[in-house]
Design a binder for this molecule. Structure first.
Ligand code: DQQ
Length: 590
């Protein structure tokens, strides 16, 4: 059963007395709850340094951009309640991606072409420097149409007011398009033929589509004869298409490339392209890296990238509807993604809020071009406060220790493990290759092994009755041969994260693309923030975000441990952990 179906069943089981229907947006809809204002905000599990508004429901990040010294983040928001509905583009600004100021919603239903909702979309900064947002409006017939909006006052760096031209919608579903599956326009790019291009997510039957449109003037858009790409994975939401620098291209490969530079021929030699889609059916995303032919408008994933449900993901946990943008101030590509709650709808009503954004991540192509790498933006380090350190500490088989002297409930932890004897790694069954999540469930943190499980218990009660495990396990792909390959599994196991029985607690996992036989070490960075555990394995090669709701491991009662349930000893070569300060998180503008 897919994740969406599971969530629906789970919602039905746990929301007795609450009418639930699935609408075409694929978010669960609770008509009688969506306009019930939060009476109070329960702070118990609220995050400290992850992006969230003071109350109510949020989902997808929209139209991120940098303009006149400010980072802008819009996001899907219900101003009236803690469940999905009444969707507007809430708007926040920041000088550093850390401290955020809340402005009034930027885009909200006001015209026929968006009267029933302003859904996801993107920003494009035109060569003239004018930013445009393109978004999906829901019209009176509940058709999904694409609209543009321009800033009212270009000299206002806050871009507070947006004007929707009368000529909207600029793209309406034609007869060949499913009008209830036609949404989430991308940032536009400019081709050598002087045409703008953009993608709209859609589907035909079971096939997901990135429908391509072209325009000379950003006003009249014409559908191309073929989509940029498609796949048999159901509806494609929130497509994202952008260039990434390749290693050895002469410039620094970690730098970002602007979509607006796509037509630059010299640069074209030095870039690959990323196509990411969000799968409505499973609520997971996947991406491929490939080549894009400007002349034919064809995108071809490179060999080795699985172009289906088993494809690579930015994040193997709770991370959806993501969107990247090019940051000209630091010449980097930055990725935003929405992390939904894993608690129940009654919990969200009681809390008065639901949803956060993951920490913005810098994203680049790995040196060999085999995957993307992500790392929390460097600005996050400015939040680091009290620091503790552990070095060269051996964790013997079956042992664990607590990292003391700091408060870990809101912290940033970097640790490196050295493995004593890799020759003892357990045999890997090739059947596991396609389903690391099932493997993690089968071999959870409590299952002892040979090399691993070892890792962190975070948001743990002092007596360990509550704990979330982030850990590694190493396997040997071919038992007796000296040429056998080692397979590293990274897992997130929240099975024991809370006493609260109703909470959804999936294990999340993926394999980590590292040559551990050579390095003999593996690194982990985990951002812990009350109800979110956001982990970056092997320098950002594998990322897993999970939401957890401890009852006991709260505030000063939340502890951090290092554990080793493998037969083989591991050594913590270094562990650095910092308490994290709370930034200004969406205080209203004065
Ligand atoms: N959320 C938006 C849609 C998008 C979906 C509606 C993805 O535009 O397809 O809130 O989470």
């Amino acid at each position: 059963m897919g994740m969406a179906a599971l969530l629906l069943v789970w919602a039905l089981l746990h929301c007795t007395g609450t009418a639930v229907t699935m609408v075409r947006a694929s978010h669960a809809v609770y008509p009688e709850l969506q306009s019930l204002e939060a009476e109070k905000v329960d702070e118990t599990s609220r995050t400290g340094y992850h992006f969230q508004p003071p109350k109510h429901w949020i989902n997808d990040p929209n139209g991120p951009m940098y303009y006149k010294g400010l980072y802008h983040l819009f996001y899907q928001y219900n101003p009236k309640g803690a469940v999905w509905g009444n969707i507007v583009w809430a708007h926040s600004v920041s000088t550093d991606l850390i401290d955020w100021t809340a402005l009034a919603p930027g885009i909200y239903p006001s015209r026929q072409f968006d009267v029933k909702g302003c859904w996801s979309g993107s920003a494009t900064v035109l060569p003239s420097g004018v930013p445009v947002v393109m978004y999906t409006g829901i019209d009176p017939d509940e058709h999904q149409v694409q609209n543009v909006a321009y800033p009212k006052n270009l000299s206002d760096p806050f871009l507070r007011e947006w004007v929707k031209p009368d000529y909207n919608p600029i793209i309406a579903p034609d007869s060949g398009v499913n009008a209830s599956a036609f949404r989430d326009p991308t940032t536009a790019w400019y081709g050598p033929d002087r045409h703008w291009r953009l993608l709209v997510g859609s589907k035909v039957g079971g096939k997901g589509l990135a429908v391509l449109y072209r325009s000379r003037d950003f006003r009249r858009w014409v559908k191309a004869h073929h989509p940029l790409h498609s796949g048999l994975t159901g509806m494609w939401e929130c497509p994202d298409f952008f260039p990434v620098a390749v290693h050895g291209g002469g410039r620094h490969y970690r730098r970002g490339v602007d979509t607006a530079e796509l037509h630059d021929r010299a640069l074209a030699e030095e870039v690959k392209y990323v196509l990411k889609v969000s799968l409505d059916l499973t609520r997971y995303e996947y991406y491929t890296v490939g080549t894009y032919d400007h002349a034919t408008d064809r995108y071809t994933p490179d060999a080795g990238f699985r172009d289906n449900d088993y494809g690579l993901r930015y994040d193997y946990g709770d991370f959806y509807a993501s969107k990247s943008f090019y940051d000209p101030a630091k010449r980097r590509r930055v990725l935003w993604g929405w992390a939904n709650e894993s608690d129940t709808v009654p919990d969200d009503r009681r809390k008065g809020w639901a949803g956060i954004q993951a920490i913005p991540r810098k994203l680049w192509l790995s040196p060999r071009g085999k995957q993307l790498i992500q790392w929390p933006v460097e600005e996050v380090k400015a939040l680091r406060a009290k620091h503790v350190n552990v070095s060269d500490k051996v964790v013997k088989s079956g042992q664990y220790f607590e990292v003391t002297g700091f408060k870990s409930v809101q912290s940033d932890v970097e640790v490196e493990f050295a493995i004593g004897d890799l020759s003892k790694a357990e045999r890997f069954n090739p059947r596991w290759l396609t389903d690391p999540q099932a493997l993690c469930k089968k071999r959870g943190a409590r299952e002892t092994g040979e090399v691993g499980p070892f890792g962190l218990w975070v948001l743990a009660a002092g007596d360990l009755t509550e704990r979330t495990a982030v850990f590694f396990r190493v396997f040997r792909a071919n038992s007796n041969s000296s040429s056998s390959r080692l397979v590293v599994l990274m897992c997130n196991d929240p099975t024991n994260s809370t006493f609260e029985a109703q909470v959804y607690r999936p294990t999340f996992a993926s394999f980590v693309n590292v040559d551990i036989a050579r390095t003999k070490t593996i690194a982990l960075r985990t951002l812990i923030d009350h109800s979110v555990v956001e982990s970056f394995g092997a320098g950002g090669r594998t990322c897993i975000l999970t939401r957890v709701y401890p009852k006991k491991a709260l505030g000063d009662n939340a502890h951090l441990f290092v554990f080793n349930h493998g037969e083989v000893d591991v050594k913590v070569t270094r562990l650095d952990a910092w308490e994290m300060r709370t930034p200004k998180m969406n205080a209203p503008a004065q």
